[in-house]
Design a protein. Structure first.
Length: 280
């Protein structure tokens, strides 16, 4: 079994890289893509640990991008990227700085709303690239304001614009890189650009354009995907000869859904195809 979409504590998983890889080994996963948000930090160490214990690590990334032409989010996975590549580092530095400033502002709004937390209390949960909303919620959970990371309090604080419910009182819109830039940067860093969970973000209509820019894969299997989403993803894969990938999008305790590591729908043929495209 393989899994090509997994996070670690370096971004927004409650488990460390070491814990995630050792859990993968226990579950019999042969290939695991570490795809932390907007960073390549820790990938070289992950590859070394995987080699040591017998789990093939695919060095990856998930770039938080936006389709400004269609006003939709678009997450771009990079598979077999070069960790620490200057183009990726430049892109990621800007994203991380933007997220951290937004997180500081969100914590301030939460405090202004009467919740007894602090920036320092939230920071103790982050694992190397800054504070995410999950870390803020963890601090609130520790104080007894809620019983889970996601739930009514999360919606009250962080509900996004554009939903049927009112915007959260601590919501701050993040500035993302353009999806086109994300795809180009993944390719520049030697990686294969894959569209993450298009069914979740409803951005299928951008695929035709992104293929022209170098998109080479699409995530078919994802916990958020319905059967209709999978069929739609498969249709685009066949239309454009895209590599079909998938993964658990594992976040540990911080996940919106309780998911297990592993993607039963995939096998090593996917790894072989990724490597074949990379080596062309």
């Amino acid at each position: 079994m393989i899994d090509l979409h997994v996070h670690t504590k370096i971004s927004d998983n409650s488990l460390s890289t070491d814990e995630v890889i050792r859990l993968a080994k226990i579950k019999g996963i042969t290939h695991l893509a570490i795809t932390d948000h907007d960073t390549t930090k820790g990938l070289q160490e992950a590859v070394s640990l995987g080699r040591e214990i017998g789990v093939g690590i695919v060095p990856g990334i998930e770039i938080s991008a936006y389709d400004y032409q269609r006003n939709k989010r678009a997450h771009i996975l990079g598979m077999y990227i070069e960790p620490g590549h200057p183009a990726l580092d430049l892109l990621c530095t800007s994203l991380i700085q933007s997220r951290n400033q937004a997180s500081r502002d969100m914590v301030r709004k939460v405090m202004d709303a009467g919740y007894d937390i602090s920036w320092e209390a939230v920071q103790k949960y982050e694992g190397g690239t800054g504070v995410y909303k999950q870390h803020i919620m963890h601090a609130l959970l520790e104080k007894g304001y809620c019983e889970s990371i996601y739930g009514d309090l999360y919606k009250k604080l962080f509900q996004r614009r554009g939903t049927s419910e009112p915007q959260g009182i601590a919501y701050i819109k993040l500035e993302y890189v353009d999806a086109q830039t994300a795809i180009r940067t993944v390719r520049e860093a030697g990686g294969i650009a894959v569209l993450a969970h298009p069914g979740q973000l409803r951005n299928f209509d951008g695929i035709d354009d992104w293929v022209e820019l170098g998109l080479e894969g699409i995530e078919l299997y994802h916990p958020s995907h319905s059967e209709d989403d999978r069929q739609m993803s498969l249709g685009y894969a066949q239309k454009h000869n895209l590599i079909v990938t998938g993964g658990s999008d594992f976040h540990g305790f911080y996940g919106e859904k309780l998911v297990e590591l592993g993607c039963p729908g995939l096998d090593e043929r996917c790894i072989n195809e990724l490597l074949s495209r990379k080596n062309k």
